[in-house]
Design a protein around this ligand. Structure first.
Ligand SMILES: Nc1nc2c(ncn2[C@@H]2O[C@H](COP(=O)(O)OP(=O)(O)OP(=O)(O)O)[C@@H](O)[C@H]2O)c(=O)[nH]1
Ligand SMILES: [Mg+2]
Length: 448
């Protein structure tokens, strides 16, 4: 399959990134050139390729990766995002809202209409819809039989009359017939006698006027590559209820060109055809499509990681600020431990800062609910002076505090130990690391 070739060229380019020991400008430029070459070979419009890769390059060179993400991963993510955007970003699924939903299918000669209708009818039947198909092709002698051959085996009824010469009449009667039968979806096939958009759109108008379809589907042959742009654009301008199915993406060297050209018109691509068999149809989802093109396994893990980080960083900036600004007497520590217990393990946040995570003592940060309660009790037995300035707490004070709070010497020592570790941790951070952290979390006020 030719799309596989494009996929391979793109994932080879990304693999170059993944394998390199460090990512510099020269490498980014090289990868961008590889991507350009791959897309142009797939017949993507050169101007569009240049726009796309300029954006990729600009972002790759200028955007800072979020904390916890390597430059490589970040660049791979950018490529994924931009390609997804390039193909329309969001999936636009076919909606069956009304019963019956009437779909009119048009397309120039041999684009794959009839085959695609059979695929779509079967696709919808598998999802529980009762489907009827109307053949209005009065042009090609075998059209009605072609449909029946494709669908009889699945018990999907085809309405048509090989003798009838009036396509509009067939459309009207066919839709009326299936309305009466109470099907959920009616799909209308049209003749493929047109070689150009003009005649095609005229026929679409005539039949539309009579059957008032919920959606008109243009079937485009993917092997025409970027030429699909003009067809899709003419169609989009002719009907506000149009969507597109791109066929023959298997085996076509120009599939990337066709898909990107259609996406560029803003017309929604709802399905793609990937073979001659009835099951060779799939809903088009740019994200899934690009993931698969680039090698699903690799990119999926990466995307999940980004999502996780996104969630984490949402809560933490503010808490981080509180934490970092602490003066570090016992009261502050308590307040911070308390807020940290709410916001989740601090270590995870700090680990997002390169070069810091590994140096954190585990138990300096892991404080459960119970411990917090215990600390509260202990601190209630301390004097104001002790809370403000813990260094004055000698052994006899420790014993007094333990007795007063009904805890043990060991507990009090644990609390002080915790305090000292945290203090040390912050002392241990040099100014550079602190500044880095401040930047990562948009925290100012360090005077650095
Ligand atoms: N490989 C491949 N072949 C396809 C695909 N879709 C359709 N075809 C083939 O394309 C040819 C034309 O398909 P039709 O469905 O008859 O096209 P049509 O638009 O109805 O043709 P007319 O009604 O004559 O305009 C047939 O040989 C199909 O098997 C596809 O996704 N992949
Ligand atoms: Mg046909």
């Amino acid at each position: 399959m030719a799309l596989e070739k494009l996929g391979k060229a793109l994932s080879d380019a990304l693999r170059k990134l993944a394998r390199s020991s460090s990512v510099d400008k020269a490498l980014i430029r090289e990868v961008v050139r590889d991507i350009q070459r791959a897309l142009i070979q797939s017949d993507v419009n050169v101007r569009m390729v240049l726009q796309l890769t300029r954006r990729i390059q600009e972002r790759a060179l200028n955007e800072k990766p979020p904390a916890g993400v390597s430059v490589k991963e970040h660049v791979i993510k950018i490529v994924y995002e931009e390609l997804t955007e390039f193909l329309g970003r969001e999936a636009k699924p076919l909606e069956i809202k009304e019963k019956p939903t009437v779909l009119l299918t048009v397309g120039i000669q041999g684009s794959g209409k009839t085959t695609t209708i059979a695929k779509l009818a079967r696709y919808l039947q598998k999802r529980g819809y009762k489907v009827g198909v109307v053949c209005t092709d009065t042009w090609r002698p075998g059209a009605y039989h072609q449909l029946r051959q494709l669908l009889d085996g699945y018990g999907i009824e085809v309405f048509g009359d090989p003798e009838e010469k009036d396509a509009v009449k067939l459309a009207r009667e066919g839709v009326a017939h299936f309305r009466e039968k109470g099907v959920d979806v009616i799909i209308v096939d049209t003749a493929g006698r047109h070689k150009e958009e003009k005649g095609l759109i005229e026929e679409m108008r005539q039949i539309s006027d009579v059957i008032k379809p919920h959606e008109v589907i243009l079937v485009i042959d993917g092997t025409i590559g970027q030429q699909a742009y003009n067809q899709a654009l003419a169609f989009k301008e002719a009907t506000p209820i149009g969507s597109i199915i791109v066929t023959k993406l298997d085996g076509s060297a120009k599939g990337g060109g066709a898909l990107s050209a259609v996406a560029a018109t803003g017309a929604p691509i709802k399905f793609i055809g990937t073979g001659e068999r009835i099951d060779d149809i799939e809903p088009f989802d740019p994200k899934r499509f690009v993931s698969r093109l680039l090698g699903m396994g690799d990119i999926q893990g990466l995307l999940e990681k980004f999502e996780e980080l996104q969630k984490e960083s949402e809560i933490k900036e503010e808490d981080m600020e509180k934490f970092l600004r602490g003066k570090f007497n016992l009261k502050d520590m308590y307040a911070q431990l308390e807020s940290m217990s709410k916001m989740g393990p601090l270590k995870q946040i700090l680990q997002m800062i390169p070069g810091l995570g590994y140096s954190l003592p585990d138990d300096a940060i892991r404080v459960g609910e119970e411990r917090l309660k215990l600390y509260r009790v202990i601190m209630d037995s301390m004097t104001e002076e002790e809370l403000e300035n813990p260094s004055i707490i000698n052994y006899s004070r420790v014993r007094r505090i333990a007795r007063g709070s009904g805890t043990s010497v060991k507990d009090v020592k644990e609390l002080l130990n915790q305090y000292n570790q945290m203090k040390k941790m912050f002392k241990g951070m040099d100014k550079r690391k602190l500044a880095k952290m401040a930047r990562k979390f948009n925290i100012g006020g360090f005077g650095i």
